[in-house]
Design a protein around this ligand. Sequence first.
Ligand code: NAD
Length: 483
Amino acid sequence: MSRTYGNFIDGEWTDSHSGETFEVTNPAAAGEVVSVHPASSKEDVEAALDAAVAAQDEWASTPGPSRGAILREAGNNLEARKDEATEVLVREEGKTRSEAGGEVQRAIDIFHYYGAKARDVGGTVKSASAPGKDLYTKHEPLGTVALITPWNYPIAIPVWKLAPALATGNTAVLKPASEAPGVVSIVLECLDDAGLPAGVANVITGSGSEVGGPLIESERIDGVSFTGSTAVGTMVAETAAVDLTRVQCEMGGKNPTVVMPSADIEDAAETVGVGAFGTTGQSCTATSRAIVHEDVYDEFVAAVSDYAESLVVGDGLDDPDMGPHVSENELSSTLEYIDIGSAEGATLEAGGGRLSGDDYDDGYFVEPTVFSGVENDARIAQEEIFGPVLAVVEAESFEDALALANDVDYGLSASIVTQDLSEGKRFVNEVEAGVAKINEKTTGLELHVPFGGYKDSSTNTYREQGDAGLDFFSSVKTIYENY
Ligand code: NAD
């Protein structure tokens, strides 16, 4: 059963200017069309910007508590539609029902969080240097912002941008990824039903170049928040810089977990396995390198390979351990990296191929894959694979492991498994990553603390989530009052 969605512009669901559409198919059953969306272009971008700019002043002057009430109500509406949103997410993106349900719940929680935070948007009063003078700061919205999001968390990421943008009084034009835009339409229906005024949030679907390009190039945009690949994000940041537009880009990762001899190796293998193969390895924070001390290397490789082989792969609707890749392109890219790993001389310990036979033939299923004997300068240890492929690298010592963890262009998330507190503390202090964890997988984030990467994982401008989300979407004005 397929559903046809529209663009959401000025409070109305509309077709694209050209009338053209594109289809989203089920990654677990590729012949099945799940949804049809407008293939938009520059005319649609301009219409959305007209609406967002026109709605700006009134929304900015709406009191924070009133803005927050609408966000909270949108969260309630989404909660009432959680099962429906979960099913749409699974059928479009392919993740398991449990993973998708968790992600929809995250979006609900984010609406409630920023619904409350909208009350707190304010400033700071400081002591002035003379009597008869007040000195304070005030947070103002940026204006109209462009939000561009990837397919791998197709509801959580749009909401973790949209909710703080609206809480701080901005209007927004959101362009979701074309692989899984249906859940974003549900989010906009929830906001509309909650009483969001027309034009405050707009969504247009279509290709990156036809929609994302004109959106970020527009002089009517006052801020750009992008999540996606480092290649596209770099281009987005360069375009925004031409007009000195505020920009944040959160991008790829090559995230390590270091395993030390004091760890319980079975537990460590599970920590790494969940980080590597959860969401089919399609998380920016997925564990793609295990850097393991030589004393426990063989034991760890055996345990993590057993873990990989124990996973049940299947249609996300059946809630297996791991779903398919989102698309044929992503599947091909992962299979290519598996070939590269073998050609580079790494040892294939588990998986290594496309799954076939029965229902597997209809979808983009790949085996959870483990390579041992990987050199840290190998391509499979340096480049983001974005699939369920783990490279296990051997380290001689803690210092060596730390150096290997840092010897990569990315710096998103990193973790260590150890019972030695000094090692753990040194690791989180010295690792070059925006998220650093002890005895935890590299994936998994709390919504009320900042999130973002170091090095090529981020523009390193602003963080997302928590209070940092509010900071990005507001300008600080400093006021000197003499009386
Ligand atoms: P992508 O870069 O291909 O696309 C991201 C978005 O940008 C999509 O909406 C796409 O249509 C749009 N886009 C593409 N070309 C564009 C252009 N020329 N101008 C403007 N917009 C354009 O990324 P993806 O394949 O959707 O997502 C996977 C990537 O996202 C991975 O690299 C992953 O690590 C990264 N990611 C990062 C985070 C994070 O927070 N750091 C979170 C999730 C995903």
